[in-house]
Design a protein around this ligand. Sequence first.
Ligand SMILES: NC(=O)c1ccc[n+]([C@@H]2O[C@H](COP(=O)([O-])OP(=O)(O)OC[C@H]3O[C@@H](n4cnc5c(N)ncnc54)[C@H](OP(=O)(O)O)[C@@H]3O)[C@@H](O)[C@H]2O)c1
Length: 233
Amino acid sequence: MTALKGANVFVTGGSRGIGKALVEELYVRGAAKVYATARDPRTVTHPDAVPVALEVTDPASVAAAAAQAEDVTVLINNAGAVVGASFLDSPIDDVRREFETNFYGPLLLTRAFVPVIERNGGGHILAMHSVLSWLALGGSYSASKAALWSQTNSLRLELEPRGISVTGLHMGYVDTDLAAGVDAPKSDPRDIAVLALDGVETGAHEVLGDDLTRQVKAGLAGELAGLYPQLAK
Ligand SMILES: NC(=O)c1ccc[n+]([C@@H]2O[C@H](COP(=O)([O-])OP(=O)(O)OC[C@H]3O[C@@H](n4cnc5c(N)ncnc54)[C@H](OP(=O)(O)O)[C@@H]3O)[C@@H](O)[C@H]2O)c1
């Protein structure tokens, strides 16, 4: 369990979407300091947040960001992007780019911040997965989020004994720029931020953000045609 009151928290992609909602909710819960990253830090508008420039795919940028935030005990690996490349038809570089952002980016951040969090006495890491970690409808996006889910599960085993708890968040569509082109029910980013931070504070290993995500997770135990009706004979 990790108290957020008085905590120093680092949120990647904190200028818009779910990240912005997380920054706002962290201050509601009494966080002492919230670092909010963006590729252009001028886009961080929260009056109390500390803007930090960060490109998650660039190791030098990650190192520079971590060096500015040596008092952190909670890392929120929120930044992510959708390319949604087709495995058969898209340039292979599009598939790689999605993994650079959604898999290697959070890994670089975690490697940079684990020593920081340990020096500060332990803490927490929150990772943004997706319902598409469990449902392969998004091409390379789904694959990158499935790989991130597995990364989180491995990191949890390594980090719990070192005093760092790990929470993974899975959810369907959320009303942000990322899902702007989607015509389907979407969660409010503020509701997702509340659920995610409840998960951090209660020490949940996993947080499921909506009914769709609960249904899909339950479906993993059944036949594949349950999740993919087009496979039904
Ligand atoms: N929205 C959904 O439906 C949904 C559903 C499930 C999971 N998620 C996940 O939730 C997380 C937040 O998504 P969102 O909906 O809030 O998306 P969003 O509104 O599009 O915002 C994405 C954030 O990620 C940052 N980002 C993207 N690529 C980056 C890079 N290469 N380096 C540094 N920062 C980068 C952006 O920073 P800049 O401001 O610098 O561009 C922005 O702050 C993502 O991991 C996403 O995959 C979203």
